[in-house]
Design a binder for this molecule. Structure first.
Ligand code: SF4
Ligand code: SF4
Ligand code: FES
Length: 817
């Protein structure tokens, strides 16, 4: 459809807000409270426009064919100016020290609207500042735009903030006559409220920090950042989240430390608040750089010699590396005959191959954008909140904004995910029964499947009976006495009553295999009017004892059901490594560890034979969960050797690591694009201008389905997972995220065992591995399966998880005496 804004014809889609149409067409409409992708709150009223002669708010007015919008009239401008005057009432004049000064939307709009004096006044209210852990709230700066509340509810999914009473004086009636209509309404509301935690006195959320990012003034800031730097002194360096596979666009904000210490320091991380979200790890885990000051020539020579002489036969590494580094490792393999061992990426590589063989496509289809646009999302095999926070945010955004519904299949219930919406069904199935979950999905949603597959799935259906209650109408005869005549007569009357009857039903035995009650009926209700389906699958499946069968099942789901599937890569660049490296199953000979244990170690953590740059010190690209090749830039200088130096000394020559960006293999979907041509931003309409998308190739799919085989585990178990801000030793190195690993347990677990938070416990597995570790209560964790992390290098948790993420252990309390 076409609408006209300030005489400019603009294309719009059904239901699109006028503000978004204007932004896409680069037409400026002031707006303080609206955030793209969230519901309008109508708190600021600055976006007041004239629509076909009537006042309307551009953030809330939906485009209609032929609509005529005027963004500025004398009346509108007077209203906007008065709104800004109201916002400036009793706003402290502390811009000189305020953290937002220089990028403050209150400052900007005050100037933009030409506010040069204050015509309104009211007695101020005492509003003391508060610190909620990583977040600092200064109510005296708060303009109650509600952006923080909205983003937490509509994007992040925690609804951890709400408006609370301000305790301010009511407005004098005389102001109603003197102040323009919208400015008065806004003032009236402003005078009544502040923001506060939804429950209790302090925030108890996952601390993603998105509320601080969206705050247009200096009211919500990172506690750590408060009063440390001014916005105008900081240089913004676009990069990509180095900690997990969303590789979200972020900006490292950098400045010299002080006159005495001129070294560059990252002061904070920011993001594009309209089109991106950041997890807490991405936001707070920024200072993990390697501070080595010189090139250690001796160590360098010894590493090169050990590789050249054939002393080292294996490189063991993880996927917290760039595509270019993975490509160099592959070149080293080809030249020196090394084995490349990366169990996480190998499991994913094999899984992807199985998926491709059944789906007929080299890669899965979904992206975070697909998830956010869906109205029915299923998650299987991932502790979503901690494995892939941004996928969780996209899921919540879909539930909230698209009136969506979803199912969270996992052996451990999640209070945060199930809190996204009342239409989010949590199915807590038996550990190890993921194959039954996928079979159920294929059977329930599969269309036009080959007969052999359809028949096998039908085999799970059995005819049975069940008791149902039904309300029926019955005609009864009653004797009534006519009051006038005293005569008795019989009358017929219709009454309702509830009867129980036995009906024939088709039941799916897969529910029993999952260990849960039959949920077909509840799911049928959730499915009403749903049209856009996405499926998130995760790390629990990749190293599953039945991973091969699961990968094919997911391929069949992608092929025969309406679901767009996403296979969440488990580490930052697992997908890139899986595409770029020929990986080996087991090591051979001496091992060169790259950020992993080995006989010789290259370490960006600064703990090895030879130092390497950390990911905030490198130029390069990642292949993210959207199958997009995204660039990351150098935020901090590095003074040691890098992997490219080692490769160059071995005859694999390149001046810079990023010289390899354009050489990434095209048969794996990469493009011959030089690093410097890769953009890293969002366009005005939210289009991702970030690197490029991998090309997907097609192959002939195999249509086979192995018979179901589930061996569920129901003894005492532990799960491999990290707490919400941790992904690796790199997140843990950051000063705001530094913590000791523990056995993370639910409050219910502590209560059932009669143990206390902080108490030591001994874990023993079947092979006799033991670990004595402190327990830490995680209030956001539920159920009786605790989790063991991988981020703390001091905790030897790897022996417990040789494959699957769930392991059988015994727990034994250790007394302090
Ligand atoms: S804290 Fe910031 S984002 Fe939240 S209501 Fe106040 S001004 Fe708006
Ligand atoms: S930190 Fe994140 S989860 Fe917590 S209140 Fe802010 S937006 Fe919500
Ligand atoms: S942006 Fe529309 S009311 Fe604030």
């Amino acid at each position: 459809m076409t609408i006209t804004i300030d005489q400019i014809p603009c294309q719009a889609t059904e239901g699109e807000f006028v503000l978004n149409v204007a932004r896409r067409n680069r037409i400026f409409i002031p707006a303080l409270c609206y955030i793209s992708g969230c519901s309008p709150t109508l708190a600021c009223r600055l976006c007041l426009v004239d629509v076909d002669g009537k006042r309307a708010y551009a953030c809330n007015a939906k485009a209609k064919e032929g609509m005529n919008v005027i963004t500025k009239t004398e009346e509108i401008e007077a209203e906007r100016k008065a709104i800004m005057q109201v916002y400036d009432i009793n706003h402290p004049l502390e811009c000189g020290v305020c953290d937002q000064s220089g990028e403050c939307e209150l400052q900007n709009y005050t100037l933009e609207m030409g506010v040069d004096h204050q015509a309104f006044a009211i007695q101020d209210t005492h509003r003391p500042a508060k610190t909620w852990g990583k977040i600092h709230y200064d109510p005296s700066l708060c303009i109650v735009c509600e952006r923080c509340i909205t983003v937490c509810k509509d994007k992040i999914g925690e609804a951890a903030l709400k408006t609370v009473p301000r305790g301010g004086e009511p407005l004098d009636k005389e102001w109603k006559e003197k102040v323009p209509k919208d400015a008065f309404a806004m003032w009236n509301k402003l005078q009544k409220s502040l923001i506060g935690p939804t429950q209790g006195e302090t925030l108890s959320c996952t601390f993603c920090g998105e509320c601080t990012a969206v705050c247009p003034v200096g009211a919500l800031v990172g506690t750590d950042f408060q009063y440390r730097a001014n916005a105008w002194e900081l240089t913004r360096i676009p990069a990509s989240n180095p900690h997990s596979s969303d590789c979200a666009l972020l900006y490292y904000e950098v400045r010299h430390k002080s006159i005495q210490h001129p070294q560059e320091t990252i002061y904070r991380v920011t993001n594009d608040i309209h089109f991106g979200t950041l997890s807490g790890a991405a936001r707070y885990g920024y200072d993990f750089e390697n501070t080595v000051v010189t090139k250690d020539q001796e160590a360098f020579k010894s590493v090169v010699h050990a590789l050249q002489s054939g002393e080292l036969k294996t490189v063991r590494f993880n996927s917290f590396i760039t595509n270019e580094e993975a490509f160099i490792l592959q070149k080293l393999k080809e030249k020196l005959g090394l084995r490349l061992v990366n169990p996480d990426a190998k499991a994913y590589q094999d899984f992807l191959a199985g998926f491709a063989s059944a789906s007929g496509k080299s890669l899965y289809g979904a992206t975070l954008e697909t998830l956010a646009q869906s109205d029915f999302i299923v998650s299987v095999g991932t502790a979503l909140k901690t494995d892939a926070p941004n996928a969780g945010y996209a899921l919540n955004n879909a539930l909230t904004m698209n009136k969506g519904a979803g199912i969270y299949f996992h052996p451990v219930p999640d209070v945060v995910v199930s809190g996204y919406s009342k239409n989010m069904l949590s199915v807590t199935h038996k550990v190890g029964s993921e194959e039954a979950v996928l079979m159920w999905l294929l059977g329930r949603f599969g269309r036009e499947m080959p007969a052999s597959i359809a028949n096998m799935l039908e085999g799970f259906l059995v005819k049975g009976t069940k008791e149902v209650s039904e309300v029926v109408k019955e005609v009864v005869t009653e004797t009534v006495v006519d009051e006038a005549t005293g005569e008795s007569k019989e009358v017929e009357k219709s009454v309702t009553k509830t009867v129980t009857k036995t009906v024939e039903v088709t039941q799916n035995t897969l529910w029993e295999t999952m260990g849960v009650e039959d949920l077909d009926e509840s799911i049928q209700k959730l499915l009403e009017k749903k049209e856009r389906f996405s499926l998130i699958a995760g790390e629990d499946l990749y190293a599953h004892p039945r991973a091969k069968e699961l990968s094919k099942l997911l391929g069949l789901i992608a092929r025969y059901t309406p679901f767009e599937v996403m296979l969440i890569p488990s580490q930052t660049n697992t997908l890139g490594v899986a595409l770029l490296c020929e990986l080996d199953e087991v090591k051979e000979g001496k091992v060169l560890g790259y950020n992993e244990k080995g006989d010789i170690v290259l370490s960006a953590l600064g703990k090895g034979t030879l130092d390497m740059p950390a990911l905030n010190q490198q130029e390069g690209t990642f292949t993210n969960m959207d199958k997009r090749v995204v660039p990351t830039n150098v935020a901090l200088p590095y003074h040691g050797y890098c992997l490219n130096d080692v490769a160059s000394a071995l005859g694999i020559q390149a001046a810079l690591t990023v010289d390899y960006t354009e050489q990434l293999p095209q048969d794996k979907g990469y493009e011959a694009r030089p690093f410097d041509t890769l953009p890293n931003c969002f366009a005005n309409d939210g289009t991702q201008l970030r690197g490029y998308c991998l090309h997907v190739s097609e192959c002939t799919p195999k249509e086979e389905l192995s018979p179901l085989h589930v061996s569920a585990l129901d003894e005492s178990l532990v799960y491999r997972a990290n707490p919400v801000h941790q992904f690796s030793p790199f997140t843990n190195k950051a000063h705001q995220l530094n913590e000791a690993g523990a056995l993370y347990v639910s409050l219910a677990f502590l209560e059932a065992k009669g143990w206390k938070d902080g108490q030591m416990v001994k874990l023993t597995n079947k092979e006799g591995h033991t670990l004595v570790v402190a327990m830490k209560a995680d209030p956001l964790w539920e159920g009786m399966i605790p989790y063991l992390p991988t981020f703390d290098t001091k905790l030897e948790t790897a022996p417990f998880f040789t494959g699957y993420r769930f392991a059988q252990v015994t727990f034994e309390g250790v007394s302090h005496e």
